[in-house]
Design a binder for this molecule. Structure first.
Ligand SMILES: [Zn+2]
Length: 257
């Protein structure tokens, strides 16, 4: 089910790639909103349209995704139309994603951390990393893609649903409430209903769950709410004074090495 991919008006500063509509709203939406507030051009690429989801239809989720994108102030949101519940790390899918990366030219790409419960999530992490690499191969022709080769400078993993220690955490204290609203924009998914009652949390329970996770990560860096990331490489530092580490901050978690 191919979905037309309209290129963004300009190259993106940051592109968040995720398996499903409503994933970014849970893992890195606060970061995107914060970036937009600072003038960055941000985008979201959902790999699937949600056609096999227990609740709602792909059309409903499409409208909800647009609403959520407006709340997160992203400049662009696309959908690759890959099969929901059946993401695989195939050459065809990698090429389609690489083509989308060439068209959107993001300097930084955020992908899901490739360990987790849902196969689509961890597959999206590997697919995203490998597609970002392939997009930069100048001799690689990609089907139906006129855009020249382009490789993002940075790939980082949104690790909210892993138990791994983050490489860094973004302070989203001021963006948390809007991020929660962007998730609740998916009325078809989170409104109380019979379908999926055993799997989905009750509507009234969602804000508390989302807040508990964001508070946990916020505490690690001495702020109210945070979003965690894992970098596959160490962070490069020039001037030590630019480091934002409050080692002895109240509420911070000090882990013995
Ligand atoms: Zn998901």
């Amino acid at each position: 089910m191919p979905i037309s991919l309209t290129p963004p008006p300009s190259a993106l500063d940051v592109l968040a790639i995720a398996a499903h509509r409503d994933d970014v709203e849970q893992t890195c939406g606060g970061t995107l909103l914060r970036l937009a507030g600072a003038g960055a051009v941000t985008g979201i690429l959902d790999l699937t349209a949600g056609e096999t989801g227990t609740r709602g239809s792909a059309v409903e989720r499409g409208l909800e995704a647009e609403h959520a994108a407006a709340i997160l102030k992203v400049a662009w949101r696309g959908n690759l139309g890959l099969p929901d519940g059946a993401l695989v790390n195939s050459l065809e899918y990698k090429h389609r994603l690489a083509a989308a990366i060439r068209q959107t030219r993001p300097r930084i790409v955020i992908v899901p951390y490739p360990h987790g419960r849902h196969p689509d999530h961890y597959t999206a992490g590997t697919l995203g990393y490998e597609a970002a690499f392939l997009a930069g191969l100048s001799k690689l022709d990609l089907p139906e893609c006129e855009a020249p080769a382009f490789r993002p400078a940075t790939v980082i993993y949104a690790s909210l649903y892993s138990n791994e220690r983050p490489s860094f955490i973004v302070d989203i204290s001021e963006q948390f409430e809007a991020r929660l609203q962007s998730l609740l924009a998916y009325r078809s998914q989170y409104r109380d209903q019979q379908a999926g009652g055993g799997i989905f949390p009750a509507e009234g329970d969602i804000p508390a769950r989302v807040e508990a996770i964001a508070r946990n990560y916020g505490m690690m860096i001495g702020v109210r709410y945070g979003e965690p990331y894992i970098s596959p490489t160490p962070l490069r530092v020039g001037d030590l004074r630019t480091l934002e580490i409050d080692t002895f901050t109240k509420g911070g978690i000090i882990t013995p090495f």
